[in-house]
Design a protein around this ligand. Structure first.
Ligand SMILES: Cc1ncc(C[n+]2csc(CCOP(=O)(O)OP(=O)(O)O)c2C)c(N)n1
Ligand SMILES: [Mg+2]
Length: 323
């Protein structure tokens, strides 16, 4: 890659990482005002996965996610107006605040939807990818899910169907090693997810990195392989969840994990590492601060608009519901 391209790619990746981290920091700052009535499953720690994969996917792609999808939404759409309006339950949001943090949705940007039922978006994503294949519209579908989704039969059925039907989509497992508070070794009768998945007719890629550039390159390779063979790819990517399972607090006193482990991962915090990389690539401090200030202004403006916007009418909960 030419060094100019590398410089601008890394700036774009940093812009998204910073957008996600600062948006979530605003949520933490305001959550106890008790105006955001939605439960929060925070992405903090996982930003590099969403940013790296979405950058490879590009704007025409379609993604599906889980109740923990702040990072995915912001990486895919770059929007903060709808995002904060949805958090505040306001009628200006795409779903009029009925969805909240767990059901973000922006189909116009290819962010097809998320669900709070573990693994439930996976078969829907396979269906969407099958439709795209039939339409030959060159869209790529990626479905993001946690390691807990691997414990659900529907994950294996969906993977099996995608292999049999030659569907060139991405399965992205964001593995934080936990389903709520239960570690993988208490849930899995096997050692390696990637090893079991690699017995299927698909391409398996794995990494334990907080570098979005590395995840971007891995995702590009996965997409190339999938397009060339019409087989799905499975990306197994490790990360560390910084905050509690649900809520905006740290929970190192809960007894199921240690702060030492967190401190190890903090040394490779994706946002800080990427900022350092920009400096190494020759971006000067003034240019980086200009980008950061632009992001901060975008977030502040969206937050203020969301706070001032009217709440949706109660009847909003009955619209768009299948009877
Ligand atoms: C089908 C189903 N079973 C159980 C639950 C309860 N539940 C909510 S989150 C969760 C853990 C999921 O872990 P993982 O998929 O790894 O996601 P993470 O929270 O780690 O991002 C469970 C079991 C649920 N929402 N849906
Ligand atoms: Mg998990």
């Amino acid at each position: 890659m030419k060094s100019h391209n590398r410089k601008s790619l890394n700036l774009d990746l940093y812009q998204k990482l910073y957008l996600i981290r600062k948006s979530e920091e605003k949520i933490v700052e305001h959550y106890f005002d008790d105006e955001m009535k939605t439960p929060m499953h925070m992405s903090m720690g996982s930003e590099a996965v969403s940013v790296g994969v979405c950058h490879a996917l590009g704007p025409e792609s379609q993604v599906f996610g889980t109740y923990r999808s702040h990072a995915l939404y912001l990486a895919k759409t770059g929007d903060t107006d709808d995002f904060f309006a949805e958090m505040y339950g306001k009628e200006t949001a795409f779903l009029k605040g009925v969805g909240g943090s767990m059901h973000l949705c922006a189909p116009k940007d290819g962010f097809m939807g998320t669900s709070a039922i573990v693994a439930s978006a996976i078969p829907v994503a396979v269906g969407a990818a099958f439709a795209d294949k039939r339409l030959n519209n060159k869209k790529t579908v990626a479905v993001f899910f946690g390691d807990g989704a691997i414990d659900e039969g529907v994950f294996w059925e969906s993977l099996n169907a995608a292999c049999l039907m030659y569907i060139p989509m991405l399965f992205v497992c964001e593995d934080n090693g936990l389903a709520v508070h239960t570690p993988a070794h208490q849930r899995h009768g096997y050692d390696s997810i990637a090893e079991v998945v690699s017995t299927f007719h698909c391409h398996v890629f794995q990494d334990k990195t907080t570098d979005p550039g590395r995840i971007y390159e891995l995702s590009c390779k996965a997409m190339e392989k999938s397009r060339a063979t019409q087989q799905p790819s499975f990306l197994h990517l490790k990360y560390y969840r910084y905050l509690e399972h649900v809520g905006v607090n740290e929970d190192f006193d809960a007894g199921y994990r240690s702060k030492d482990e967190f401190e190890e991962w903090l040394k490779v915090d994706p946002v800080r590492l990427q900022r350092t990389k920009l400096q190494e690539l020759g971006w000067d401090e003034r240019e980086i601060r200009t980008l950061e200030k632009g992001v901060e202004e975008q977030i502040d403006s969206s937050l203020t608009r969301a706070q001032k916007a009217p709440l949706a009418e109660n009847s909003a909960v009955y619209t768009g519901v299948m009877e």
